[in-house]
Design a protein around this ligand. Structure first.
Ligand SMILES: Cc1ncc(COP(=O)(O)O)c(C=O)c1O
Length: 381
């Protein structure tokens, strides 16, 4: 009999993992996955090809390729006004290994980490895997940060607070004044604060993203988790980075190094090209996400019983529904009807009675998928 650790048993059947491995019937409409359907922009692909031809096929040095680390520092300066040096950054295998690294570095079994509810479910799995406890704090009624609720959730076991902004799964872009209040609360309580900004550059018109690192006076407790996956349509390249407070990079890099070798060297050159090059490709994709999000929202609004939130950032549509049926059951019925979606409860208890759609797919898939959902909803009542 194989012994499986109790922590692994608690997450091994997780819905996230199942989504990655499920066999889907041919023709299934995929409104579940956070994968942009755009090709990676040409100049980024070219940089990887050039790097291969230059011979960047060996282990990358130290925290990462120097050109990559400099490009990250330049982008942070441009976006936040904050000054970081290449020895305060290191490359990760997408944001995923960054999440694992931060949780492993700061959580012992029994410790608590605070997340907003609903939230990206990988955080919760990793915390449980470590034998620590995820504490989920519901958003306020508008799905924004509820800083007083976070205050009430802090105990002497709390080690850190992590939020993603824009939020996955709600697509809400948090307000600067709320983030400021959260930063000040963490300073008051001496907690670490981590911002996952995977979707920071994918904003619907009229919304502005507040980078956590712009609160420079609290630099000693702020961490940025970032990835190239969404912004530059590079999910398969597996590139991200962590920005750390001064003095903590070596510790965190050590944790990362124990689970991952250095990140692919020619991919890091592609990342540098992405950050240093024109950002027009990002603006073009954001414009297309606006078209797609608007279509999906409009169609969802016309489905009786479905109450969609207006998308603000990222590429997810978050919908409440008014039927006495679990979100897992709605997921199941949609799946059986040929549309793959995500149940809201995957993202936390506050996600119950919600479902998440992704609009990173074509307009045609959105239209066909929402037409099927309209039929599914007719039968929920
Ligand atoms: C909020 C958030 N963070 C991190 C990730 C992980 O991205 P990757 O590991 O591809 O960089 C995702 C992917 O969906 C996400 O939604």
């Amino acid at each position: 009999m194989v012994h499986i650790s109790q922590y692994v048993q608690s997450v091994a059947g997780g819905e996230r993992a199942k989504h990655m491995t499920t066999q889907r019937p041919e023709g299934m409409i995929r409104l579940d996955s956070g994968t942009p359907n755009f090709p990676t922009p040409e100049h980024i692909r070219q940089a990887a090809k050039d790097a291969l031809d230059e011979g960047l096929t060996y282990y990358a040095p130290g925290y990462g390729d120097p050109e990559f680390l400099r490009a990250v520092c330049g982008a942070i300066r441009r976006d936040t006004g904050a000054e970081y040096t290449p020895d305060e950054v290191f490359a990760t295998n997408g944001a995923s290994s960054g999440i694992y690294t931060l949780m492993t570095a700061f959580l012992d079994p029994g410790d608590e980490a605070i997340f907003m509810d609903p939230t990206y479910s990988l955080y919760l799995h990793v915390v449980r895997l470590l034998g620590a406890r995820p504490v989920l704090v519901p958003h306020n009624a508008e799905y924004h940060l509820d800083v007083e609720a976070v205050r009430a959730a802090i105990t002497d076991k709390t080690r850190l607070v992590l939020f993603c902004n824009p939020n996955n799964p709600t697509g809400v872009v948090y307000k600067r004044e709320d983030i400021k209040a959260l930063v000040e609360l963490c300073a008051e309580k001496d907690l670490l604060l981590i911002s996952d900004e995977a979707y920071a550059k994918i904003l619907q018109p009229g919304y502005e993203h507040t980078p956590l690192l712009s609160f420079t006076e609290h630099k000693e407790r702020l961490f940025l988790l970032d990835t190239f996956s969404k912004t530059y349509s590079m999910t398969g390249w597996r590139l991200g980075h962590i920005v750390t407070p001064p003095g903590l990079t070596s510790l965190l890099f050590g944790v990362h190094r124990s689970i991952n070798g250095p990140i692919c060297s020619f991919v890091q050159r592609a990342g540098a090209a992405a950050l240093n090059g024109s950002q027009q490709c990002v603006a073009d994709m954001a414009e297309e996400y606006f078209r797609r999000g608007s279509l999906m929202h409009r169609m969802a609004e016309n489905i009786p019983g479905m109450i969609p939130l207006v998308p603000q950032g990222g590429f997810y549509l978050w919908c409440r529904y008014e039927f006495p049926i679990s979100s897992k059951e709605v997921f199941k019925r949609a799946f059986e009807s040929g549309v793959n979606i995500r149940s809201g409860s995957e993202f936390g208890a506050a996600g119950e009675s919600h479902i998440r759609f992704t609009y990173s797919v074509s307009l045609d898939e959105i239209e066909r998928g929402m037409n099927v959902m309209s039929e599914v909803f007719k039968h929920l009542g």
